[in-house]
Structure formats: C-alpha cells, structure tokens
Design a protein. Structure first.
Length: 355
C-alpha cells in the first residue's frame, strides 16, 4: 500500500463512498453526462442572456491581443495580464475566461495561456485573459490565490473597457494553475481569503467591494487535495521531488503546515454555492494522480454542484488536442451562454503534450 493510498483512507467514509460510486458511474459512461444535464447551481450563470451563436459554429473572427496590462501590484512587483478580444469587437458584452498557467508554483509564464485562449476568442463570444502571478519560494501560499482573486476583481473593474459581462467570468488553470483556479472557484468571495493584492484602481467605486467570485471553473490535472498529493509520492526520489515543490509553497514541510495545506485544497472548500466545474485529467498521470479529480468530482456532486469529469485516456500530466478544445468550449457555452447542449464526460484522447 502506497503512502498516497494510506492518506486517502483518512478521508471521512462518506467521501470515500462517494468517490467510489462516481468512479463506477464513469466506467459505465454516465456520471458526467448526468451531472452536466442538471440545472446550473446557484453560482452558475442562470441569468446569462441566450446567444443564438452559442450552439452553432459561426465563422471565426480575428483575435486582438493587448499584452502586459498591469492588473495589480503586490509584493513590490507588477502583476501582468494579456487580454485577447474578438476583432472586430462584439456588439454585446461577452463572458471572460481567466487563464492561470502551471509550473509547480515556481515558474511558468502567462504566455502559456496563448495555447488555449485564441481558439475561444476566435468564436467571437469570449474575451480571454491570461495572467502571471507571484512565485515560490519568495512568495508562499496564499500569494498565488491572492493574485488570482485580484485578477478577477480587475476583470470586473475593466468590464466596460473590454466589453465584458462582469457577471459571467470563468477561471481555467492547468496543473498548479488548476489548483489555484479550483480553490478560487470553491471559496467564492470569502472576505477572509481576499488576500494582500489590492483591488485595482476603480474597483471600489461601487457600493460594495468588487467580487472575486466566478461562474465556472476548469481544472486541467491540478491537485485538489494537497495532503493526498503530497502523500502520493512513495519512493525516496519522489518524496524529495515533492518536497522541492511543496516545502517552498507552504513555507516548510507540509506535515507541519496543516492549516495551509487544507486551505490550498479545493476539496475542503466545496459547498452547494460553488460554480460548475470541468475536471480534465490524464488517467496515467504519474505526478498528480487521476484519483484526486475523481474524489473532487464526487465531492462536488454530493454538494449538488454541476461537475463534469473528463478522463484523458492513457495519458500523463498535461495534454493538448482539438477534441479537448471542443469539450472546453461546450462546457463554457453551456454554463456562460445557457446553450442547450450537454458537456460530454466521455473519455477523450490527447494529441500531444504541452509545448
């Protein structure tokens, strides 16, 4: 029995039973489809205007890119974003998709979002924002969450400038970015977690502070239970590599930072108010075990939150492919445009790993 298995067994019995039931349902090919077909949850974009193009395939439009926009300043550094918009601009306000890159919380660039966002923006019905954030070891958790929340507040503050509907914002992350996105989505606008990155200029012009709540979450292979993620390392080499990632993130050994580890685990924040989730994960991921997304999916369903789990068949950590892009678009169209479609939970095959 691996250390990861022992750690997972410490979860309460109801969560274990739910995760097992969800995995069995997936194997029969029905769990995700049933979840996707349900009504949007309380934080879903139930008031989103219907869009006649959302279920069709309109002619692609050009994509205009504005690079290096400062969305906040924290820890003595500027936090930058790139904004991708349809060209010509839409005649109606569009949902925004905020992308958070991976890189073990210690590296990576917002350029990684340019692999995904142009395909969405070229449909003419989304604005894309890919963000940078502060890295470890100089900035341990929750600096990364603070920055992501500041980015969402900035998107709302800049809604008029970019033609964004501030009530329709999704967050999408991969690997470490998926972990950040999931915690952000599952914690809503909890005032205790708003963080040290100040709201952008103009964000406090309304009667109440600008919200960092989002209306949909996409997580590509990001860990949603950090204790189980740490425990999944079993060999001395794996443990040393895992500590190289997580000790800087938590400012010390995870076993000595239980409160921080829990706060960074989206699975411990799930409740019925959460927005819809799309979880995509390689079934042979040797870094972040597939079972972590199975458990998160089960927890969301138990709370009554719409969730779709898409296994990336026989694939490891990180994936790209045209069908993967189509699944993301279908999920967003359903929840941000109220398109009458089902976001499929059928396994998908990747075409390549990230560049």
């Amino acid at each position: 029995m691996t250390r990861g298995d022992r750690d997972l067994k410490t979860h309460r019995r109801s969560r274990t039973i739910t995760a097992a039931a969800v995995l069995l349902a997936w194997l029969s090919g029905c769990a995700g489809a049933q979840a996707a077909a349900g009504a949007p949850g309380p934080r879903a974009a139930a008031s989103a205007p219907p869009h006649p193009a959302a279920s069709a395939s309109p002619r692609p439009v050009s994509v205009a890119v504005e690079r290096g926009v400062e969305y906040a300043r924290a820890g003595g550094q500027a936090l930058l974003a790139d904004v991708l918009r349809p060209d010509p601009p839409s005649a109606v306000r569009l949902p925004a998709v905020v992308y958070i890159h991976g890189g073990s919380w210690r590296r990576g660039t917002r350029e990684q979002g340019h692999e995904f966002l142009p395909q969405l923006v070229a449909t003419g019905r989304y604005v894309g924002i890919t963000i940078g954030y502060r890295f470890t070891p100089a900035f341990p958790w929750p600096a990364q969450l603070d920055d992501a929340r500041a980015a969402v507040r900035w998107v709302r503050a800049a809604a008029d400038r970019y033609g964004i509907d501030p009530e329709r914002i999704a967050v999408w992350g991969e690997s470490a970015g998926g972990q950040i996105a999931s915690v952000l989505g599952a914690t809503g606008d909890d005032a205790a977690l708003e963080g040290d990155a100040p709201s952008p200029q103009g964000a406090q012009s309304t009667a109440r502070p600008m919200s960092s709540r989002v209306q949909a979450v996409i997580n590509f292979c990001g860990p949603t239970d950090m204790a189980a993620f740490f425990a999944s390392a079993s060999t001395p080499e794996e443990i040393a590599e895992m500590r190289g990632r997580l000790d800087p993130l938590f400012g010390g050994p995870p076993r000595e930072r239980a409160d921080l580890v829990r706060s960074a685990s989206a699975i411990h924040h799930v409740d019925a108010r959460d927005p819809p989730f799309l979880l995509m994960h390689g079934t042979r991921d040797e870094l972040v075990p597939f079972r972590l997304s199975v458990a998160m999916h089960g927890e969301l369903l138990s709370a009554g939150v719409p969730s779709v789990l898409v296994p990336v068949a026989a694939w490891g950590h990180g994936f790209r492919g045209a069908e993967i892009d189509r699944r993301v678009l279908a999920f967003l169209d359903r929840h941000l445009w109220r398109a009458p479609i089902v976001a499929s939970s059928e396994p998908v095959r990747a075409e390549r790993t990230p560049d």
